[in-house]
Design a protein around this ligand. Structure first.
Ligand SMILES: Nc1nc2c(ncn2[C@@H]2O[C@H](COP(=O)(O)OP(=O)(O)O)[C@@H](O)[C@H]2O)c(=O)[nH]1
Ligand SMILES: [Mg+2]
Ligand SMILES: [Zn+2]
Length: 286
């Protein structure tokens, strides 16, 4: 049979088979051959297993893998981005979009704390939100649960974002049974918090959500810097005078032209430039 590893506790692997929404669960062990091959089964792995003897036989080739947390085959990342307290950082947002896209993970931008904005601030922020939508990104407020459901339907999902942006709050809305600790709420009801350290994928409607409080920023491979421009879909990369234009100082640069014509959000271009030219900033976690 083929199933997905959703939990690993020491050397016991929980493998789930989803048959049209009916989930069967098997507690399997892995064969020694994985250890010899230096191939460690990860949460998220699709595996062939023997359902009578409960042994994992083979790991099916991964689409991607993250190291912190260790998880494989991630489809989407909810990039949780606060608009106030902490204030919006388009740099972090744009960097996280690049980081996940490089891993072949679809970014889904979730803005939080819209309720804390004044009317004036909302007008400004709405322009930014609309821009990201117009570029083609999936965008939702953390209050728009139906839209989020729709975006993550049938996907393996992780969350990322700075401390305090509202990741745990969002997971708790989607998976209330987990009861993750949020920043300021004391455990007045005395319910147990979800404090385990292992990664686990939880079934949520048709999706699987990792119970991580966020994954650490992925290191950008130095080689990818030349390709960064391709992670900004609104840069019409093939319309510059020079094919290898980096959109920094070249003449005949269509991106600079679009920027001057207000077709590109200034912060998007600035953040791109920062990522290409400034190494230290580029690798800062969070
Ligand atoms: N006003 C407001 N507060 C929020 C929102 N989302 C989260 N919070 C609060 O922000 C704080 C940090 O949230 P938390 O989920 O712990 O953030 P995390 O560090 O990303 O997991 C908590 O006090 C939450 O109650 C929101 O949309 N609006
Ligand atoms: Mg948290
Ligand atoms: Zn250019």
């Amino acid at each position: 049979m083929v199933g997905r590893i959703t939990r690993i506790i020491s050397n016991l692997y929980t493998v789930e088979v989803n048959n049209n929404g009916k989930i069967s669960s098997y507690n399997c062990r892995a064969r020694g051959k994985f250890r010899n091959d230096k191939l460690i089964p990860l949460v998220g792995d699709m595996v062939k297993f023997n359902e009578e003897e409960n042994y994992i036989l083979e790991i099916i080739e991964r689409k991607n893998e993250l190291s912190r947390p260790m998880i494989a085959n991630v489809d989407s990342a909810l990039i949780v981005t606060s608009l106030k307290r902490p204030d919006l950082s388009t740099f972090l947002l744009d960097k996280m979009i690049v980081n996940v896209t490089i891993k072949d993970i679809e970014p889904i931008i979730i803005f939080t704390k819209y309720d804390l904005l004044t009317e004036e601030e909302r007008k400004e922020i709405n322009k930014i939100i609309d821009y990201y939508k117009q570029v083609g990104y999936k965008v939702a407020l953390n209050t728009e649960l139906d839209i989020i459901d729709n975006y993550i339907d049938n996907k393996v999902v992780v969350l990322t974002g700075q401390t305090g942006v509202g990741k745990s709050t969002l997971i708790n809305k989607l998976l209330p049974d987990l009861n993750l600790e949020t920043n300021d709420i004391s455990d007045a009801l005395g319910r147990g918090k979800h404090t385990t350290r292992h990664v686990e994928l939880f079934n949520y409607k048709n999706s699987l959500i990792a119970d991580t409080p966020g994954f650490s920023s992925l290191d950008i491979i130095e080689d990818e810097k030349d390709n960064l421009k391709f992670y900004f879909p609104e840069f019409n990369n093939d319309e510059c005078k020079f094919r290898d234009c980096k959109h920094i100082n070249e003449i005949g640069c269509k991106v600079k032209e679009d920027l001057n014509d207000n077709k590109i959000l200034p912060s998007r271009y600035e953040n791109y430039r920062k990522m290409v030219t400034n190494d230290e900033n580029f690798n800062i976690n969070n």
